[in-house]
Design a protein around this ligand. Structure first.
Ligand code: ZN
Length: 369
């Protein structure tokens, strides 16, 4: 069985729209930028596909596009009113579906396709067609709640994929590991009272949503204990993430024993990212993928799907994705990662790491781990 790579050129034609400099509305003291102003551009995504092609790794993958997610399937997560407002705006000149969930003409259909890539990737792995899969979804999804977009996210791609698999295939327990540097607030809100979906978010503390930490938010009702937030200190790097896996992610998933693991694979904890302050490098993502694969092998017959989320450094993101996909398919490409050695020199010192470990130990105690 092979690794599948789901992508579609049309997702790179999504135009976030509006007038922004990185994430700031232009005007008054904020000078407009030449070229695309907003941080969420097609480039970091297109360069993932390009690097797969030129490195030769793409030849080892089973590459597919997918059908757009149907309205019926989107309604499993989102409200009809939300769909109608988005569809109307997309048929006109675009707009904003919430908090910086900006979109342009035609974005509705592209967002359907982005969700469709995630659905197809999860379905192909769940039904045993592929060993594991990577979906290059765009626009991203993890900040989108049922009735509100946020942070470039319009449909919650992973949440829709989970609900479709439950409806079509009777899928039971699913774990979502969200290693996007921003909090997976949309996914958390959708599954907050559900015991069948374990949502874990590793994120830079107080980054996005602004001021949000989330360490104490563990779910509610039947879902109490099935939501885990791991806020990490800005400046933290490889050691912080690996320790968070060791003390929190791995034991939580061992306790939950999911039938499928989905990674909300934002790559914006890389050290060059303009929208966060963490210090990961491509080999960090390789290592986290290896650990996620071990968890999937232990509990889920190997079933692991990575769905792309954020990641805004055009230089670093492609090498992070390459490392993940190399690990998924068990092949090393010819490409030499030019960044890991450089970023490894910039990791925080031992006293910082000790403080971060202490904070993680406190979180583990909170979760009874
Ligand atoms: Zn992000």
């Amino acid at each position: 069985m092979t690794t599948a790579f789901f992508h579609d050129e049309r997702t790179l034609w999504h135009l976030p729209g509006g007038f922004y400099a990185t994430m700031l509305p232009v005007g008054r003291w904020v000078q407009p930028m030449a070229g695309p102003g907003i941080a969420e551009t097609p480039d970091s995504k297109r360069r993932i596909k390009s690097l797969l092609d030129v490195s030769g790794l793409g030849a080892h993958l089973d590459q597919h596009t997918a059908q757009p997610a149907s309205e019926e399937d989107l309604l499993r997560v989102h409200t009809r009113d939300y769909l109608q407002r988005f569809q109307a705006g997309s048929a006109a000149q675009g707009g904003d579906m919430g908090d910086l969930a900006v979109y342009g003409p035609g974005s509705y259909e592209i967002a359907q396709l982005s969700t469709g890539l995630a659905v197809a990737a999860v379905e192909s792995v769940l039904t045993g067609r592929h060993a594991n899969a990577f979906a290059l979804s765009r626009p991203p999804g993890h900040h989108a709640s049922r009735d509100r977009g946020a942070g470039f996210c319009l449909f919650n791609n992973i949440a829709v994929a989970i609900e479709v698999m439950k409806a079509r295939h009777g899928l039971g327990r699913v774990a979502v590991i969200d290693w996007d540097v921003h909090h997976g607030n949309g996914t958390q809100s959708i599954f907050y009272s559900r015991p069948d979906v374990l949502t874990i978010s590793l994120h830079q503390e107080n980054c996005y949503p602004p001021g949000y930490s989330g360490a104490d938010d563990r779910g509610e009702g039947e879902g109490l204990g099935f939501n885990m937030n791991i806020p990490l200190q800005p400046g933290g790097g490889h050691a912080a993430y690996l320790y968070a896996f060791e003390r929190l992610v791995i034991p939580a998933i061992d306790r939950f024993a999911p039938e499928l693991i989905i990674v909300a694979s934002g790559l914006d904890a890389n050290a060059l990212d303009p929208l966060a302050r963490m210090q990961l490098y491509p080999d960090s993502y390789r290592e986290m993928t290896r650990l996620a694969m071990q968890l999937a092998a232990r509990h889920a017959n190997g079933r692991l799907v990575a769905v792309h989320e954020g990641g805004y450094s055009e230089v670093c993101v492609p090498f992070c994705a390459l490392a993940i996909i190399e690990e998924l398919c068990g092949q090393r490409s010819a490409a030499v990662d030019p960044l890991s050695d450089f970023i490894k020199l910039q990791q925080p010192g031992a006293r910082f790491d000790a403080l971060q470990r202490e904070l993680i130990d406190d979180m583990a105690a909170l979760h009874g781990l």
